[in-house]
Design a protein around this ligand. Structure first.
Ligand code: G16
Length: 550
């Protein structure tokens, strides 16, 4: 059926609702094969558009990490957004935008929101994953109330609407007009680079590089490559050999674009050599995660946010400090100690960057971080991989100290939080859910039970009350704290696309500087065994040992 809508013709297509379109920790992520089912993507996008009821004349930012299906999905989303009444679409050239750059564009261009096409760090290619996130006018991901409403709407979708548009050429920057619709193709890096230049001391960093410090950055064939080439390479002088895998590829060149010590083993090995660079770093598929390493040293993400807070005033954008900080609940409590020393609040939120957004918007916090290799600040409403790399370059350049030496001095002052995450892949999602259900039920009875050399002093099922809008988010993970202040947290991942992943987070505090150079795995081995026994992992789900340790 063809009908006139504004000056663009729209087409309505009948469809049957899918029952599985609930969003996870960050948007809808599915296997490419699932998203390519007839009308699957369209039904979901229509549910989002119906829920938001965009105003006539709305503007939206649209871009993705370039993974397989990005080019096809973006044309569909453009047509649907136009049919829903949007008249100004700001699209990254070639359909590309990093997640933080998209968030920045939504904010700076005062758009009504944005569609981000990404499955983040999940593998790409035809047999990999694809995903879609919707971000609000603040630049932050849709909050839980909105994603719940979208899920309800997906159950009622019986038709979707497409504007009649030709296949758009997204390869050239500039403005295209189609009836009332303006499609503005923008350089993906420009606005983001301007923002970084305001936040960090580019002159000092460039001088640090010129004076012989070596930086290696791995874009993992994700979206950050072009950003790194322009900002780290051209603007700051990092040598071309220091910039690895910078071409965005639909299958990430076969790499798993997840910056962690397992998937970036090559960087860990590089940093173990006598010729190690002063700073090595990697980002993920969509550019919002970061991993930081130095000579014979890997920085844990919880330590990263703590140390950045302690040194924040060295970066021009943070010279007046920050009003408060936040970390996700499972993240190490290292940052809490720095916040206490500075006399600023530290908030504990559920896993999911979106939970930081209200706090950022209300200016209650200025810096936040997560164990899952995510760090960010009030400069945007998504975590930001390259921003973290620049922040670290700025801190090291300003203090004229090596990364391991800075960490050692931080630990001397604040103590060290040994930290590790053990992941257990459980093929049957129902078994994972049953394990968590039992833990939630039995948590209160764990108090007083012995766990190795210590006793469990408290345990609960984490429920978050947002201090800004008072909304509650229940069942956000089970916390078990021992009387020596060690902590175990259990939760299921919300970003996987098959089975369940049980995440077990282990943390042990060590105040004694003589014990700050121990092997993390050895320090946490006994706690890991206690955790596996508390959760009865083998009985419930089979795996006797973690499938991944980061
Ligand atoms: C997303 C969220 C993060 C979260 C991470 C891991 O990151 O934005 O807040 O920490 O997933 O979530 P889970 O433990 O549920 O797998 P990203 O980089 O995947 O968008």
């Amino acid at each position: 059926m063809n009908t006139e809508s504004t000056s663009l013709r729209t087409r309505t297509v009948a469809c049957t609702p899918y029952a599985d379109q609930r969003m996870g920790t960050a948007g809808l992520r599915r296997k490419v094969a699932v998203l390519r089912q007839p009308h699957y993507l369209e039904s979901f996008i229509q549910a989002v558009l119906d829920t938001l009821s965009l105003r006539q004349g709305a503007s939206l930012v649209i871009g993705g990490d370039g993974r397989f299906f990005n080019d096809v999905a973006i044309q569909t989303i453009i047509r649907m957004a136009a049919a829903a009444g949007a008249t100004h679409l700001i699209v990254g050239r070639d359909g590309l935008l990093s997640t933080p750059a998209a968030s920045n564009l939504i904010r700076t261009r005062r758009a009504d929101g944005g569609f981000l096409l990404t499955a983040s760090h999940n593998p790409g290619g035809p047999s990999g994953d694809f995903g879609v996130k919707f971000n609000m006018p603040t630049g932050g991901q849709a909050p839980e109330q909105v994603t719940d409403a979208v899920f309800e709407a997906t159950k009622r979708i019986h038709a979707y609407h497409l504007a009649d548009l030709p296949l758009l050429d997204l390869a050239r920057t500039g403005v295209q007009r189609h009836g009332q619709l303006t499609v503005e193709i923008v350089d993906p890096v420009d606005a983001y680079q301007q923002l970084m230049e305001k936040l960090f001391d580019f002159e000092r960093i460039a001088h640090w590089i010129r004076s012989g410090h070596r930086v290696v950055f791995d874009g993992m064939h994700g979206i950050t490559g072009p950003y790194a080439q322009r900002i780290l390479g051209e603007a700051l002088g990092v040598s071309p050999e220091g910039l690895m895998h910078t071409r965005p590829l639909p299958d990430f060149g076969g790499l798993h674009p997840d910056p962690n010590p397992v998937d970036c083993r090559h960087l860990v090995d590089l940093c173990a050599l006598p010729t190690a660079p002063d700073l090595a770093a990697a980002s993920d598929g969509d550019g919002d995660r970061n991993m930081i390493l130095g000579p014979a040293f890997m920085l844990s993400p919880g330590d990263s946010v703590a140390m950045l807070l302690a040194n924040a005033r060295l970066a021009p954008g943070y010279r007046y400090g920050v009003p408060g900080v936040a970390r996700s609940m499972p993240t190490s409590r290292a940052v809490d100690r720095v916040a206490a020393q500075l006399g600023i609040p530290c908030f504990e939120t559920p896993t999911g960057w979106r939970y930081f957004c209200n706090l950022l918007e209300a200016n209650r916090i200025g810096l936040c971080g997560e164990e899952s290799f995510g760090t960010g600040s009030s400069h945007t409403r998504e975590k930001d991989g390259l921003w973290a790399v620049l922040f670290w370059m700025n801190v090291l350049a300003a203090r004229e100290i090596s990364l391991p030496a800075l960490a050692a001095s931080h630990w001397r002052e604040h103590g060290r939080h040994y930290y590790q995450r053990h992941d257990y892949e459980i093929p049957d999602a129902a078994r994972g859910a049953a394990l968590m259900e039992e833990l939630r039920r039995t948590a209160p009875q764990l108090v007083g039970r012995r766990a190795g050399d210590a006793c469990i002093s408290w345990a609960d099922d984490f429920c978050y009350r947002d201090p800004v809008d008072g909304s509650e988010s229940a069942h956000q993970g089970v916390r078990v704290v021992l009387d020596d202040d060690s902590r175990i947290v259990f939760r299921l991942s919300g970003t996987g696309t098959a089975g369940a992943t049980l995440r077990v987070y282990l943390e042990r505090y060590e105040p004694d500087p003589a014990r700050h150079a121990l092997d993390t795995t050895a320090v946490l081995a006994a706690l890991g065994r206690e955790a596996a026994s508390l959760a009865r992992i083998t009985a419930h789900a089979g795996p006797a040992a973690p499938t991944m340790i980061v």
